[in-house]
Ligand binder design. Structure first.
Ligand code: PLP
Length: 466
């Protein structure tokens, strides 16, 4: 399998290269050159596989010769082996034809572990084959940083530096990052905002001599490897509920459009998906687009579902490229104009195509709390704020003869305050993490100064003798 850029001016790459590269050099996103297809017969034959076996089969369609099948199977087994639930991605029924698929049983209690656990192992395997070392840098406001640290700790081929805004992440989120003691992990609390952290990362990437010296790499959600590793759970849920002999719908709490793009990819590969619901908080650029073709950037306002507090949904570009019948020139033009005008001009015909597949809904903070209360009252289910918005969206759009699945993206214990306010219950942390508040933390507090941060990145790489 080879990968092409949505903007048409970057080299065509194999899987390994795409994984290590992340963003294409023309500013575009990598997508598979062709979409692998699964016939109904093939889908039926996957029904009796366990989750890691199914994941290896599906992801193998994207890695092809770069990772031999037995090795990939082994990596998938290792990735999901230490999840807190034997089913790995269990389905829970809330109402007639309404289900939740829990994706939060990994080490950091959010769905990012689903992809990141495998990515850590894939990076290690590919780097060991190439005898290379890299430096991963990232900025986080919460879940991505901890998922990356958990996935890449103890790697012998890379170091990870994660910047988080000092004093501005939740305590659970910070502790999940800072209580990991591993020689290749570097946690920096930056005296500044999340935007300052992100700017520092962008500037380090733009500093070409530094980028080359350190072999910088990124693991944010524009990395194709993350999307590929999120496709299997949609297929798994669908097979459990009768696909391919029956259609199925999904609703996904979305920020960067990554998780829902994986659902759409499953459809593109042949899974009979009828409808895809986009759930957002008051940072509602995606739902405004779906309801009225208004994709204009507004200011990000903090919400009860912070992992969806974004204004630019990077992965939307991959869908746009497909809706444009893979016209990279037009895709490039629309994306350039978007950056200039802070508003994406999408032709009416393309918008119509998008709304044939997707619809959306957004909830403000008050409505989110009401949703948590109602779901608990009606089905005795504790949904975290992201998931609660997803379930409410699913209730709005579900039809009477298609099973509807909402993916639950975070464990309720990650957002104890909102749940407590809405239900009176303080959700306990799973046993594996019960001592999180007692563990020792390791991090440095640094000013938002490029030279100082770069020196810290160099130091950790030197300490690892790369
Ligand atoms: C990252 C995240 C999301 C958003 O996922 P995208 O792939 O950016 O759409 C939703 N919920 C939680 C809990 C997350 O951590």
């Amino acid at each position: 399998m080879r990968y092409i850029s949505t903007r048409g001016k970057a080299p065509v790459l194999n899987f390994s290269h795409t994984l290590l590269t992340g963003l294409a050099i023309d500013g575009g996103l990598y997508v598979p050159e062709i979409w692998p297809q699964l016939s109904h017969k093939e889908l039926r034959s996957l029904r009796n596989l366990s989750y890691p076996e199914l994941a290896a089969k599906i992801i193998g369609l994207f890695t092809s010769d770069d990772v031999p099948a037995p090795i990939l199977l082994d990596l998938c087994k290792q990735s999901y082996d230490h999840f807190n639930h034997k089913a790995i991605v269990p389905l829970i029924q809330l109402e007639h034809n309404l289900f939740v698929q829990e994706l939060f049983h990994g080490p950091t209690l959010a769905f990012k572990d689903m992809a990141m656990q495998l990515l850590g192992r894939l990076f290690d395997y590919i780097l060991s084959q190439r005898e290379e070392h890299i430096t991963i840098i990232g900025a986080t406001s919460g879940d991505t940083g901890s998922a990356a640290i958990e996935a890449f700790k103890n790697s012998r081929y890379l170091t990870v530096t994660i910047l988080h805004p000092y004093g501005r992440t939740s305590e659970v989120q910070r502790r999940q990052m800072t209580t990991v003691l591993s020689p290749n992990i570097n946690n920096i609390a930056v005296k500044g905002s999340f935007d300052d952290c992100q700017d520092l990362v962008k500037t380090m990437f733009a500093d070409f001599s530094f980028r080359k010296e350190m072999h910088l790499s990124a693991i944010n959600s524009i990395n194709w490897g993350r999307i590929a590793a999120q496709i299997p759970y949609y297929i798994y849920a669908a097979l459990c509920l009768g696909a391919p002999d029956r259609e199925i719908s999904f609703t996904v709490p979305t920020g960067n459009f990554g998780n829902i793009l994986a659902a759409w990819s499953a459809k593109k590969m042949g899974l009979p998906i009828r409808f895809l619901g986009v759930a957002s908080n008051h940072n509602d650029i995606l739902t405004r687009f779906l309801l009225s073709n208004d994709m204009s950037i507004q200011e990000v306002k903090p919400s009860l579902s912070p992992s969806m507090d974004i204004q630019i949904s990077s992965n939307f570009e991959r869908l746009l490229f497909e809706l444009l019948d893979r016209d990279a020139v037009q895709c490039n033009q629309i994306m350039q104009d978007f950056r200039k005008n802070n508003k994406m001009a999408i032709p009416e015909k393309i918008w119509n195509k998008a709304t044939q597949n997707f619809n959306g809904m957004s909830l403000n903070n008050e409505e989110t709390k009401e949703a948590i209360t109602k779901i608990f009252k009606n089905s005795l289910y504790l949904a975290d704020p992201h998931t609660a918005i997803g379930i409410t969206t699913a209730q709005k759009y579900k039809d009477k003869d298609t099973p509807m699945v909402t993916v639950a993206t975070a464990h309720p214990a990650k957002f104890p305050d909102a749940i407590k306010q809405a239900t009176g219950i303080l959700p306990p942390l799973p046993l594996t993490m019960a001592d999180l508040y007692e563990r020792k933390e390791y991090y440095q507090i640094l000013p938002a100064d490029l030279k100082i941060i770069e020196e810290s990145v160099r130091a950790i790489t030197r300490q690892n003798n790369f």
